[in-house]
Design a protein around this ligand. Structure first.
Ligand SMILES: Cc1cc2nc3c(=O)[nH]c(=O)nc-3n(C[C@H](O)[C@H](O)[C@H](O)COP(=O)(O)OP(=O)(O)OC[C@H]3O[C@@H](n4cnc5c(N)ncnc54)[C@H](O)[C@@H]3O)c2cc1C
Length: 417
């Protein structure tokens, strides 16, 4: 089933054109060939011809994306991207996420894309030439190394990995894990503690992000941590007396926490729009199945009230998740304080995504958990999202804190704004 994307009356022409052009590539060049584009990966096949053919196919789609000027929506034009505004990017994401993996064919591959944005904002011209340019060209890979096995990742200020200046070098010692893309990466952006909290307990300015090439002595990639029972490239890494030049630090000393916030803030809106694109696909698959599958008594699944309930509940989940996310994005765009809304969508959208995919899997029966459909992968992704980028509970605490503070200092909450 093709994704049904029509112009939205309230959006400007440019956004509508981007959405329509993205949907055309998704519908014509990706959806009909999903198995051929990625099947060899999911089947674990080592057939060299099939692997080469799939790679060639992916490169063909990437060339079409570039011809359509849809390459790298997250990057400014001067770095080879589309130079999109925030809302344009958000609205494009829900379309390109309809097919899992399609983002990579549009030049968006985590964690490289997040690292690219950090290097655009915080990198010096020399760092941009040395690390960003090859990352954009695809001749280098990267990882973002913040979370640690022995400290709560939900509070990044708790990290213990320390960098100490010795002459004109940083000396880094620490233990990280879940550094995604860790095996393939040529360099890591490592979050390090570079000073102690000051006497007022201020700890947001004591961290610095430092570029560490993987082949630096003392960098030990211990393993890819298995995720959902499968081998993964989310790596455990030990940094032992790792020495890198001082000029490898990103931005000024102490700006690491702010850089991490920059990465996550707008990123959460983009991730939610991605989840909405995936929910949209799961919904289409589910309804398609309901209309064709015959069950006991020769009736279609669509005729069963249990199943009709799934349709209604999923419709409500998708619409509410989408409108909440767009409301949050609009608030950010107008410069209003979006923190409560960012946390609200970070909790609500992955949970809605989880429910929608769960129902779709139930409708498909065994096929739902098979590798023949994208649903099983979506299910794992939705569950994981409730932990990554700040677990649910931490965001709920923040929502409550911000709301209470408003009631203490002003009248009450204005839900109209
Ligand atoms: C697939 C995947 C990929 C990832 N990729 C990366 C990556 O590339 N780079 C990177 O650095 N990290 C990465 N992470 C790590 C991720 O960012 C962390 O898992 C996340 O920040 C949570 O940290 P934690 O796992 O240490 O959980 P903890 O901080 O130990 O929290 C565990 C649980 O405790 C509860 N909790 C925590 N704090 C509170 C509180 N204040 N009040 C009440 N309850 C609380 C919550 O239920 C939470 O889920 C990845 C994780 C996954 C699963």
């Amino acid at each position: 089933m093709a994704m049904n994307v029509q112009p939205v009356a309230t959006l400007d022409n440019e956004i509508n054109e981007i959405r329509m052009a993205t949907a055309a590539i998704i519908n014509e060049q990706i959806l009909p060939h999903e198995a051929a584009l990625w099947g060899v990966r999911t089947s674990g096949s080592s057939d060299k011809d099939a692997i080469a053919e799939a790679k060639e196919r992916r490169e063909g789609v990437q060339a079409a994306v570039k011809r359509a000027n849809l390459w790298a929506p997250h990057l400014p034009k001067e770095f080879g991207g589309m130079g999109l505004g925030f809302m344009q990017h958000a609205y494009m994401n829900e379309v390109l996420s309809y097919s899992p993996g399609a983002a990579s064919l549009f030049g968006v591959v985590a964690p490289n894309s997040g690292n690219q944005k950090i290097l655009v904002k915080y990198g010096s011209p020399e760092q941009q030439e040395k690390w960003l340019a090859p990352l954009i060209e695809g001749t280098m890979q990267s990882g973002f190394s913040m979370t640690e096995p022995d400290n709560a990742g939900s509070d990044p200020r708790s990290i213990k990995t320390a960098a100490v200046l010795d002459g004109d070098e940083w000396v880094i010692n620490g233990h990280k894990w879940f550094t995604s893309n860790g095996h393939a990466a040529d360099f890591y952006i490592v979050m390090c503690k570079t000073s102690e909290a000051d006497e007022n307990g201020e700890s947001n300015t004591r961290m610095t992000q430092i570029i560490v090439p993987k082949d630096t002595p003392g960098v030990k990639v211990v393993r890819g941590v298995p995720v959902w029972g499968k081998a993964s490239s989310h790596c455990e890494i030990i940094y032992e007396n790792v020495r890198v030049p001082k000029e490898n630090q990103l931005g000024r000393t102490g700006s690491g926490h702010q850089a991490a916030q920059d990465r996550l803030g707008a990123g959460r809106v983009y991730h939610c729009m991605n989840s909405i694109g995936s929910m949209w696909r799961a919904f289409d698959l589910m309804v398609g199945r309901l209309q064709t599958r015959e069950v006991h008594g020769g009736e279609k699944l669509a005729d069963k009230q249990f199943m009709q309930g799934f349709v209604a509940d999923s419709y409500i989940d998708i619409q509410s998740a989408r409108l909440m996310t767009i409301h949050c994005a609009e608030k950010m765009e107008t410069g209003a304080d979006p923190r409560t809304d960012i946390s609200a969508i970070k909790v609500y959208v992955p949970a809605a995504y989880h429910r929608v995919v769960d129902r779709a899997i139930q409708v498909f029966g065994a096929a739902g958990v098979s590798g023949d459909l994208p649903l099983a992968g979506m299910y794992e992704g939705a569950r994981t999202l409730r932990i990554a980028d700040g677990p649910d509970e931490v965001h709920k605490i923040l929502i409550a804190k911000l709301v209470m503070r408003r009631y203490e200092t002003a009248d009450s909450w204005d839900f109209g704004n």
